[in-house]
Design a protein around this ligand. Structure first.
Ligand SMILES: [Zn+2]
Length: 140
């Protein structure tokens, strides 16, 4: 199985999110914190897949469930750091919205009896390059 998804580094994610954006018309709202986004709300026709925060080997060991909250934020805090080496950022795909120019992160939360797509808009100044992932062998 081949993939053309490019694993993005924190610095690249930050650079993408620093591009100017307009008020969103794509129905995603602010999405400053993680939001549950049912399939019909996801603006599929506006967004383009830019890359992924999964490690290069998507079929390797499962990424950590550890979260990164040095400043006592929580999973659903609007100001929680965006740390690509940590949950849930380490299993996100990265999309660009053609309508508003924002960068959106998306992953699927698996519960006992449900799957739930979660989306968060990237604020560039929340992206941290703190890398503590087990396999961080891609020095650039
Ligand atoms: Zn948008």
């Amino acid at each position: 199985m081949s993939t053309d998804q490019v694993p993005l580094q924190a610095a690249q994610l930050k650079a993408l999110a620093q591009k100017p954006s307009r008020d969103c018309t794509c129905g995603m709202g602010a999405c400053a914190a993680w939001e549950s986004v049912p399939g019909q709300r996801w603006p599929a026709k506006h967004v383009t897949l830019l890359g992924s925060l999964w490690s290069a080997d998507r079929f390797g060991p499962e990424p950590t469930y550890e979260e990164f909250h040095p400043n006592k934020t929580r999973y659903d805090s609007a100001d929680a750091p965006i740390a690509p080496a940590f949950f849930p950022y380490n299993r996100c795909d990265v999309f660009g919205c053609g309508a508003c120019g924002r960068v959106l992160l998306k992953y699927t939360e698996y519960g006992g009896y449900y799957v739930d797509d979660r989306v968060r808009a990237v604020q560039a100044d929340l992206v941290v390059a703190h890398n503590k992932a087990p396999e961080n062998d891609r020095a650039s």
